[in-house]
Design a binder for this molecule. Structure first.
Ligand code: UT7
Length: 333
């Protein structure tokens, strides 16, 4: 029987510096009212000049490792989902591996923009199910504000910096040790499924106008916001149904939706489609803005630590981002 991937710990980190909508309105032609009405965002955290994606990633990883009560040497794979790596190469994951003092295992970055954490969890799941790894440290980390065009009010108000991490470990049966299988008090825990999608024909809806091969510059974020919004609402509803159907579950079975945090209006519309009260959607976009690959693990960590998410809860994680890429993950916590 293949090993079951269990999430055994989580952690997150936000830079100290907070920038409010009012601060932005002093620099660009925008207002607190416009940003709140169109996005639900009130403020965002921004990394200091000397603070790199790997620093944010390390801080989140250390908290996840402590929460999981494992030793760094237990980790045999480090994955960093990021669109804003420290350098074009080597990967930010290898930098984090070194910062953690690890000298074994493997490390690599993955790039799926705002869907990066979902893509990462799918890779962690596959490595564990195929017995290629036993303990995976998966981090979503971004200094996304570094690639913003601060003259473009349609994008620069939307994003923030941060990092979140989980430890995913192989379990033989996905069950609590102290609860015998079939006791009626227990259900299989862990990552139940992941579903990934992309459609590269839609590159132009959200992209960066630079890169080492095409322009030799880093570039800035460009977005066709309104069109992207329409795709987000349709694609996210579809992946939710896809995930439930694959597991023989109903919408009512979902305890918490832990979505990518792009826009409060997208979260509300997903909740309406699922007929779930908005309180069942873990929401951080008001305080974090859109932190790309970091947003799901940041939201997850918050809801685990404040006690909303409890053992046995069914979590639906979903995201859509540049590519376009989108996907979902169902987890029994
Ligand atoms: O994380 C990846 C996935 N990302 C998404 O899914 C993002 C999806 N898109 C969105 O969240 C929304 O489309 C935005 C928040 C980006 C924009 O909201 P919108 O309601 O679609 O606004 P809009 O782009 O259609 O712009 C409406 C108006 C325009 O003015 P006119 O042409 O109507 O006169 C914009 O120039 O709002 C203006 N505007 C602003 N006004 C004040 C755009 N940005 C701002 C701003 N402050 N920051």
């Amino acid at each position: 029987m293949s090993a079951k991937p269990l999430i055994i710990g989580c952690g997150s980190y936000l830079p100290d510096k907070i920038v409010t909508n009012y601060d932005l309105a002093e620099r660009i032609d925008t207002s607190h009212e416009w940003i709140v009405e169109r996005t639900g965002i009130h403020k965002r955290h921004i990394a200091d000049d000397g603070e790199n994606t790997s620093d944010l990633a390390l801080a989140a990883a250390q908290k996840a490792i402590a929460h999981a009560e494992i030793d760094v040497d237990d980790i045999d794979l480090v994955i960093v989902a990021t669109t804003t790596p420290d350098q074009t190469f080597p990967s930010t994951a290898t930098r984090v591996q070194a910062m953690l003092g690890m000298s074994n295992g493997a490390a690599f970055d993955i790039q799926a923009v705002c869907s990066g954490f979902i893509y990462g969890i799918s890779i962690a799941e596959a490595f564990i199910r195929s017995a290629q790894a036993k303990t995976v440290l998966l981090i979503g980390a971004e200094t996304f504000t570094r690639i913003l065009d601060w003259e473009d009010r349609a994008t620069c108000v939307l994003f923030g910096d941060g990092a979140g991490a989980v430890v995913v470990q192989a379990s033989t049966n996905g069950l609590d040790d102290d609860e015998p299988a079939g006791s009626g008090h227990n259900q299989e825990r862990g990552i139940l499924s992941t579903h990934l999608h992309s459609d590269g024909k839609l590159n132009d809806l959200l992209y960066v106008d630079g890169g080492p091969s095409s322009t030799k510059t880093v570039g800035h974020v460009r977005m066709l916001g309104r069109e992207l919004f329409r795709h987000a609402v349709v694609n996210l509803a579809a992946v939710v149904d896809e995930a439930l159907e694959a597991n023989g579950l109903e919408r009512d079975d979902i305890s918490w939706v832990v979505p990518h945090q792009a826009n409060k209006r997208i979260l509300d519309s997903t909740a309406r489609k699922l007929k779930l009260p908005a309180e069942r959607v873990v929401t951080t976009v008001d305080r974090h803005a859109n932190t790309s690959a970091a947003s799901i693990p940041l939201a997850l960590d918050e809801a685990v630590r404040d006690g909303r998410i409890k053992r046995g809860d069914l979590l639906l994680l979903e995201a859509m981002g540049g590519g376009l890429t989108w996907g979902s993950c169902l987890v029994r916590w």
